[in-house]
Design a protein around this ligand. Structure first.
Ligand code: TPP
Length: 310
């Protein structure tokens, strides 16, 4: 039995499923966005660009954080891995935030066609978060600033809560690592609460991340050394995530462990960018892509006439 209610957990899981589908659709599809007919080579973008591996984890964090803090107007979410743009875009689209600044991003089939068809496409959306994305101020291709930015948002705003998702590769950068010191400088009554969250999916591009190699005990010791209390969220269960958020902990540092590429056709470094590279001309890969897309059962979550059912 879920600690926070079945319907809330179900709605989080549905939202994650919808966003995962929209990520894969953005990466691959130029047509047939609802799979209304069998996928064909013509439906696939001729040049595949973008990053899948980090997307599911971002969708898990986003959905769970919105479910927990979404009603609080003083809550913000800062995203480190800007290469996970399809996930950020999917969430902004589903919430209607994109439509507020871009009238073509309507929450219907036209909007889906627009965000998917234009992702990583000439004169369309870039493959990384960019200042054209609502609330994004820096180009998403450079890792490292998320934690510092989150403490910046908290500065002088005690009413604010800022959750920040940091990639395990990102936490190897000098900027992110040095930003761990900010807790010492900025924790206190005059500033807001920063909730750092490490996305421990084990890899950065083609190699294991240092923190994944070192193991849990050493990672925990390092974070404790900076004054944080590590809280592990093992896997993508919404129940576990909600339970972790509801613990009353001083200076928590959440560690969300997922498998890189989870819910896709492969895992780890193979999933970092485009997991299936040839679906535009390879029958076997086309059918793998079709099965992958169908695994999300998107039509249970979206209706052509009524829009999103989540
Ligand atoms: C400062 C900087 N160095 C290197 C890169 C190249 N780069 C792009 S994605 C990536 C891996 C990021 O790994 P991680 O932060 O763990 O994200 P995830 O594994 O979730 O994709 C790297 C090193 C970059 N974007 N920015």
């Amino acid at each position: 039995m879920s600690s926070v209610g079945i319907s809330k957990i179900e709605s989080i899981e549905k939202r994650i499923r919808a966003c995962d589908y929209l990520c894969v659709a953005q990466l691959y599809l130029r047509n047939n966005f609802l799979l209304e007919h069998p996928l064909s080579f013509d439906d696939i973008k001729p040049r595949l660009l973008g990053h899948w591996g980090t997307c599911h984890g971002i969708n898990v964090a986003y959905a769970n954080l919105m479910a927990y803090f979404g009603d609080d107007p003083n809550f913000s979410f800062v995203l480190g891995p800007g290469h996970g743009f399809p996930a950020l875009q999917a969430n902004l689209f589903i919430d209607g935030e994109l439509e507020k600044v871009d009238r073509q991003a309507t929450r219907d089939l036209n909007g889906i066609r627009y965000i998917c068809g234009k992702f990583s496409w000439p004169d369309g959306f870039p493959s990384h978060a960019s200042p054209a994305t609502p609330t994004v101020i820096t180009e998403g291709g450079e890792l490292g600033y998320a934690l510092a930015n989150a403490y910046g948002v908290a500065l002088g705003h005690p009413e604010k809560t800022i959750a920040v998702l940091i990639g395990d590769g990102e936490l190897e950068t000098a900027t992110a690592l040095a930003s761990l010191n900010l807790r010492d400088l900025l924790d206190g009554a005059k500033n807001g609460r920063v909730l750092p969250m490490l996305h421990l999916n084990g890899y950065k591009i083609s190699a294991p991340s240092i923190y994944a190699r070192r193991g849990e005990r050493e990672l925990n010791e390092m974070l404790r050394g900076f004054g944080f209390t590590p809280v592990i969220i093992d896997g993508d269960s919404a129940d576990a995530f909600q339970a972790a958020l509801s613990q009353e902990i001083d200076a928590p540092f959440y560690i969300m462990k997922t498998e890189k590429g989870e819910t896709g056709p492969n895992r780890g470094y193979l999933a970092h960018q485009i997991p299936l590279k040839e679906p535009a001309y390879n029958h076997a890969e086309l059918s793998q892509l079709e099965s992958w897309l169908k695994s999300y059962d998107f039509m249970e979550l979206f209706d052509k006439e009524r829009g999103f059912l989540i």
